[in-house]
Design a protein around this ligand. Structure first.
Ligand SMILES: C[S@@+](CC[C@H](N)C(=O)[O-])C[C@H]1O[C@@H](n2cnc3c(N)ncnc32)[C@H](O)[C@@H]1O
Length: 295
């Protein structure tokens, strides 16, 4: 309904409009007047900005350069005031100043859309960032949503997003290390009807240096232990250099390690939006599974 209305009003949903095969440049149209450019190489950025100025009619253009092993460098052209956008009936605050990302991962739009059509009694959303997946669950009618992120600043932003929306379900936002919180919750015998894992490729906390390649097994083993009978595990990674077959095998192995009885069915795979430029390229970096357990 909202999508139809947006089409009529000619307000596009935020979406990625360019992403090259070598993953050196991505351009996100966040609103009719806001464009976020991510550059992963050192090629001159002025021609890119000039091109976006000419073709995208944006009043605010942000260029964020991300080079391996170096802190991101962000350049803002135009007003840097936060904006509110709407997607699937959910309001999000996007930010431009003092951030390395505007606050909404456009590539997870299909998963958010799917979650707005489901209702769980309880949800655990780990690595929640600005809580967009939690908001999608609440929009769908989920009753109790617990969201965890390492960064207090991110949790504050997630709190702001929660305040911008009125949903009946209850939510709890925690600034915690997932690798400390999950074992504690297992000892306390907590169970959730849905557990969401959407980790970054790499992160460093006091407790752990996490990498998808090294720690996926441990993370998923915790998740299976926290899942109620007939529970749903949603797992997604944003990693080009992990083969989908290896990822699926890792989930299978973690299920066995968890010593959980029964089994699980993969009821859905997670993929990029149909409008996403890289769907036609070889770099299908975002991937994932929705697994439904059975006793
Ligand atoms: C890729 S983002 C998650 C995106 C989010 N699922 C969404 O759809 O918007 C990764 C997040 O994980 C958080 N993070 C990294 N390591 C963590 C840890 N050990 N415990 C909790 N959160 C962590 C980061 O602060 C960051 O916000």
């Amino acid at each position: 309904m909202l999508q139809a209305l947006q089409r009529r009003l000619n307000i596009p949903m935020p979406r990625r409009i360019f992403h090259d095969e070598g993953r050196s440049l991505a351009i996100d149209q966040l609103s009719p007047s806001h464009v976020w450019i991510t550059q992963w190489d050192t090629s001159p950025s002025d021609p890119i900005i000039q091109f976006v100025k000419k073709h995208c009619q944006a009043t605010t253009i942000v260029l964020c350069q991300k080079l391996t092993g170096k802190p991101s460098v962000t350049r803002i052209i135009g007003p840097d005031t936060p904006i509110l956008i709407q997607e699937h009936g959910i309001v999000y605050e996007l930010r431009f100043a003092h951030v390395q990302h505007p606050g909404l991962f456009l590539d997870h739009e299909p998963l958010r859309a799917w979650l707005t059509q489901r209702s769980y009694a309880s949800v655990l959303n780990t690595f929640c960032y600005t809580a967009s997946l939690s908001l999608a669950c609440l929009k769908g009618g989920s009753k109790q949503v617990t969201s965890i992120d390492l960064s207090q600043a991110t949790i504050n932003w997630a709190t702001r997003n929660m305040e911008l929306n009125t949903f009946a379900g209850q939510h709890t936002l925690l600034a915690e290390d997932v690798f400390a919180w999950m074992p504690r919750a297992i000892k306390q015998k907590k169970l959730f009807d849905c557990v969401i894992l959407d980790p970054p490729s790499f992160s460093r906390s006091k407790k752990k240096i996490f990498s998808v390649h090294k720690d996926l097994l441990e993370l998923h083993t915790y998740a299976w232990k926290l899942l109620a009978p007939h529970g749903t595990l949603i797992s997604s990674i944003n990693t080009s250099n992990m083969d989908i077959a290896h990822y699926a095998a890792c989930i299978q192995e973690s299920f066995q390690l968890s010593k959980r009885p029964g089994g699980y069915l993969i009821i859905k795979t997670i993929d990029l939006p149909v409008t996403h430029p890289t769907r036609t390229l070889s770099d299908r970096y975002l991937k994932g599974f929705v697994c439904l357990t059975h006793p």
